[in-house]
Design a protein around this ligand. Structure first.
Ligand SMILES: [Zn+2]
Length: 404
């Protein structure tokens, strides 16, 4: 069993220890120490990083029988029995202290205000998450979140003392532990003065002021619970900077003040909707006119009018529209193509009173250019590599496919 220096003092970053055992994993050395200030991954909190005799510590893990193993980068050839000097990466440790103590406070705030229990907790790369038994309509959850955030920050700003108690299970049972976190083999309780008592093996701040700020960044429903994402301390500052940066960039683009960004964007979206509607109307109008013009240039074949045309300046959606307008008339077959760089997109259609199988014709066309396509007997689409002469290609389909 490794003695946990981080339990007594989460602010100790330098320590001496003796190597209890060594092992190798791939090219790395795994070192067990008699005592350590390195926090091993567990209880929702990732492990500490740092150095052992100047060698980088990549990972720290604890076994069920409380032995702590440090994975070093490479193999410096350390032997059991030698004395080492360890140093903890303080920036990462401080980050973990801020998130973890912040979590205890926020969980207690949700519990005091709404009786919501914390069923899960994880510190991840960008934020910290708790899963709460908090159920309400979205607007009420928004309000609940703001109230809990306010209460949590009052506790931070009042700079309360954080005390660590090593207790027997009997002593633990007498403490006002947060219900959801009660564990029968509790040996260590973290107390946030007059606010929260939680069994916990993690590293914590000495006073709540060290957390700086607790800011909730998002929430969602997950696994029939409310998952709250929040950031504390330096993470909250980074999040604030990023948020202000984005808002400022958008407000500069819109040439309005920060407060007007939302209304300005709403206006822009509104204008955009109106413009899109107008563009659709104009596209219909243009499709009608183009269909009219193409009909005039069509070929008469067995009582049907066959229209072929290839476009290199039109969107395929517009070409489809023209095909529809053409076959709205009686006895029309439309074979249209849109050239897009090295490829061609095809749309073939026929009027309801024509019995030609357009889908068959599309398959023949696609086969001959080495492309793919299909659809219904009266409307089919396809495409492939662009043939050398698209107009000729379309006209040749009339002679090859529609002789009957
Ligand atoms: Zn904890």
């Amino acid at each position: 069993m490794t003695s946990k220096l981080y339990w007594q003092d989460s602010h100790q970053i330098h320590f001496d220890a003796r190597i209890a055992s060594v092992a190798t994993k791939d090219a790395d050395l795994i070192v067990e120490l008699d005592q350590t200030a390195f926090y091993p991954t567990g209880g929702g909190q990732p492990c500490d990083y740092g150095l052992i005799n100047g060698i980088e510590v990549l990972n720290v893990e604890i076994t069920d029988d409380e032995r702590i193993f440090h994975r070093l980068k490479g193999n410096p050839g350390f032997e059991p029995g030698i004395q080492i000097k360890g140093v903890i990466d303080w920036n990462r440790r401080l980050d973990m202290l801020q998130q973890h103590s912040g979590q205890h406070i926020l969980s207690q705030a949700f519990f005091q205000l709404y009786g919501a229990e914390t069923k899960g907790f994880r510190i991840v790369d960008q934020a910290t998450e708790i899963d709460l038994t908090l159920e309400a309509p979205p607007e009420e959850i928004e309000t609940a979140i703001h109230k809990a955030e306010d209460l949590a920050n009052q506790i931070v700003f009042s700079n309360r003392q954080v005390r660590l108690h090593e207790v027997s299970p009997e002593e633990a049972a007498k403490l006002p532990l947060r219900k959801e976190s009660f564990i029968p083999d509790c040996v260590r309780v973290v107390e946030i003065e007059d606010f929260d008592w939680s069994p916990c093996g993690g590293t914590h701040v000495k006073r709540t002021g060290e957390i700086g700020l607790i800011a909730i960044r998002a929430w969602e429903r997950a696994k029939r619970m409310t998952r709250v994402h929040f950031v504390c301390g330096a993470r909250a500052l980074r999040e604030y900077r990023a948020a202000v940066g984005i808002t400022d960039a958008v407000s500069r683009r819109l040439s309005v003040g920060r407060d007007e960004v939302e209304s300005s964007l709403a206006r822009l979206q509104d204008d955009n909707k109106k413009l899109s509607r107008r563009v659709r109307e104009l596209a219909q109008l243009e499709a009608n006119l183009t269909a009219e013009r193409l009909l005039g240039a069509g070929i008469e074949l067995n009582g049907k009018r066959v229209v072929t045309c290839s476009f290199d300046d039109k969107d395929f959606e517009d070409v489809k529209l023209i095909a529809h307008r053409l076959v709205d008339r009686e006895s029309v077959i439309a074979l249209l193509a849109a050239i897009e760089g090295d490829s061609v997109r095809l749309v073939f259609a026929r009027s309801a009173d024509v019995d030609e199988d357009i889908n068959n014709l599309m398959k023949t066309a696609c086969q001959s250019i080495g492309g793919k396509g299909g659809g219904k007997p009266d409307f089919a689409m396809g495409g492939g590599p662009v043939p050398e002469d698209v107009s000729n290609f379309l006209t040749s389909l009339i002679s090859s496919g529609m002789r009957n």
